[in-house]
Design a protein around this ligand. Structure first.
Ligand code: NAD
Length: 325
């Protein structure tokens, strides 16, 4: 399958993109990566890495040349501290929509055969996620639409864009709705980090018996998927026959305070949790994997604790290095 195929990973300097490049290389693809920045934590495994801005059509023309498959992961993106404050709404919408408009249209015209697009659980309507114990996130519950962030609205627009190209231009399109992907080699500080990495950093920096701050009352729920599981799902989706959007997440739901306790336990530190006001997002969210199980026979193979152990070890190492430097 892989022999001779040339793939492009947009967002290869980012967390999921960096891991996906490695996986595609391991499978024998020729891989071109592109991103506006180099990867922060590792050298690229790609055969070729082009640095530039995907909002710029000229750059997009260069990166799609000679490419069979595109994995489009580039986005103006961050955790709750970035996308739920409202301060970055215009950038998030303009930047990510421009990237998708460019990559899809220019890629299609240049002869790209297949597109993978990374959408998000943030497209699901806020009204189905008010109860932390019973969120509804089945693929068919996306409409009537009411995402709780502009980030979610842009993702929904771009999903529709890809599907419109599938209907009108016959493009091969696969769309995943990722639910909180986490693991080593992801942003862990600076404002764009997401809850699992932030929690690992806070616990790692705290003294035993100390206190960490957690946003909200801590009863809000989420599920988290380890990066290797995500990459496996992406590859199954790309090669599989199912054409509709699919959730890629874990069904092991946990409260945010529960996540903090899990990390404290992994670290072997007794930590007190101080809940403070902060940007939150919806009350409850969990992946619904019924459709992807049925269509692709995929489900996560490891519990949250196992992935968090690996993530904590990596973040704690980063914290230690940063302290020495
Ligand atoms: P990330 O921020 O680590 O990676 C995104 C990459 O896009 C970054 O390296 C960034 O530099 C690049 N980028 C941004 N603007 C660009 C531009 N104008 N030109 C070129 N490159 C640009 O994020 P990630 O966690 O790896 O997420 C990858 C994709 O998956 C994103 O589209 C994100 O919205 C989606 N997603 C991620 C999660 C998650 O939990 N990580 C959940 C839902 C959806």
């Amino acid at each position: 399958m892989a022999a001779g195929q040339r793939v492009l990973v947009c967002g290869a300097g980012g967390f999921i993109g960096g891991h996906l490049v490695r996986r595609l290389k391991d499978e024998g693809f020729w891989v071109r990566g592109c991103d506006i920045k180099q990867h922060e934590f590792q050298g690229t495994a790609a055969d070729e890495f082009l640095q530039g801005d995907l909002r710029d059509p000229e750059f997009v023309r260069t990166v799609v040349e000679g490419i069979d498959d595109v994995y489009q992961l580039a986005a103006d993106m961050g955790g709750a501290g970035y996308i739920f404050t409202g301060e970055h709404d215009a950038d998030v919408m303009h930047n990510s929509a421009s990237i998708n408009l460019n990559v899809l249209d220019i890629g299609h015209k240049a002869g790209v055969k297949r597109f993978f697009y990374s959408s998000s659980a943030c497209i699901y309507p806020a009204y189905n996620q008010m109860d932390p114990d019973n969120p509804k996130c089945s693929e068919d519950s996306a409409y009537p639409a009411e995402p709780d962030s502009e980030y979610g609205w842009e993702k929904l627009f771009s999903e529709r864009l890809y599907f419109a190209y599938m209907r009108n231009h016959g493009c091969y399109v696969r769309v995943a709705r990722f639910h909180n992907i986490y693991g080593p080699l992801g942003t862990w500080r600076g404002g764009r980090e997401k809850a699992p990495a932030a929690m690992c950093r806070k616990v790692s920096e705290a003294d035993a018996g100390g206190t960490i701050e957690v946003w909200g009352d801590g009863k809000q729920t989420r599920s988290f998927l380890y990066i290797d599981e995500c990459v496996e799902a992406v590859r199954r989706m790309m090669e599989g026959p199912f054409e509709g959007p699919l959730n890629v997440g874990s069904e092991e739901m946990i409260s945010i305070n529960g996540l903090a306790e899990l990390v404290s336990d992994i670290a072997g530190k007794k930590i007190r949790i101080h809940n403070i006001p902060g940007p939150l997002g919806v009350r409850g969210r969990n992946s619904d994997n019924r459709l992807i199980r049925e269509k692709l026979n995929w489900q996560p193979s490891q519990p949250l604790r196992e992935g968090m152990e690996k993530t904590y070890a990596w973040v704690a190492d980063q914290v230690a290095k940063a302290t020495v430097a």
